[in-house]
Design a protein around this ligand. Sequence first.
Ligand code: NAD
Ligand code: IMJ
Length: 254
Amino acid sequence: MKLLEGKRAAIFGVANERSIAWAISEAFHAEGAELAFTFAGEVLEKRVRPLAEGIGSILPCDVTKDEEVEKVFATLKQEWGGIEILIHAIAFANKEDLSNPYVQTSRAGFHLAMDVSAYSLVALARHAAPLMEGRKGSILTLTYMGAEKVIPNYNVMGVAKAALEASVRYLAHDLGPKGIRVNAISAGPLRTLAAAGISDFKTMLHHVAERAPLKRNIDAAEVGKTALYLCSDWGSAVTGEVLHVDAGYNIMGM
Ligand code: NAD
Ligand code: IMJ
């Protein structure tokens, strides 16, 4: 029996084959899960459709739009009746807010980063919970060490990730009595679209590989394997947790 046989997962955040959400999807598919993907905007639909083909359905969902969020869950209810797993792998901030000093962040830029990267988990969890009613559910989000420590240029995203991580704990408290677990994976740096255009990303990868206890970077498949643990019965007593998948980098002080 495969680990996720009979489980249905809604995956938010696949942009292309490099996306962390895609690595999670591949791990879930290999373990027998049924998948549904969402995409944000027509440009990404062209990328996501060929990937999803054959392994799952696809639905539009820009998480800043309440009506699109409602529609996705109404469709999932209609098509599947319920879900067991929700993956949230979404983040966005204005480009200039990831290069200017943090102190210059505008009110609008702060709101945008918080809305897309933190509040969206609350909205998705609220809509997913009734679809998970009566069965064991698992909600998983992706975060980064910039929530805990200063990472140059991560700026407003670090603040949004700190809110996201606190949300994981409050959601775990709210939804625990319904049998729904809520966790986060704090992943080490990975070359995805969200990391494209970051100046000196290569230097950052070297910095991590030199200092991390495992003396290397991670790959997306390793995030997939940890997601499998957290979202399957193997993680049945784990909730409200932020689990680092970063070759141990975060434990270092010097
Ligand atoms: P990615 O660019 O492949 O994924 C980001 C996703 O966010 C995209 O699919 C994009 O469509 C989606 N998104 C942005 N705005 C949206 C909106 N308004 N509505 C719906 N979706 C929206 O990059 P990724 O690295 O796979 O990022 C996934 C998650 O992993 C993010 O939360 C990111 O912060 C986190 N993370 C990434 C790294 C890294 O180094 N790449 C490290 C730790 C955590
Ligand atoms: C992002 C910015 C600065 C430093 C960074 C990152 N480091 C890493 C990332 C060191 C690993 C990637 N990351 C963890 C993210 O969460 C990225 C989020 C993101 C990226 C962009 C780029 C394009 C854009 N807006 C973005 N919003 C959020 O316009």
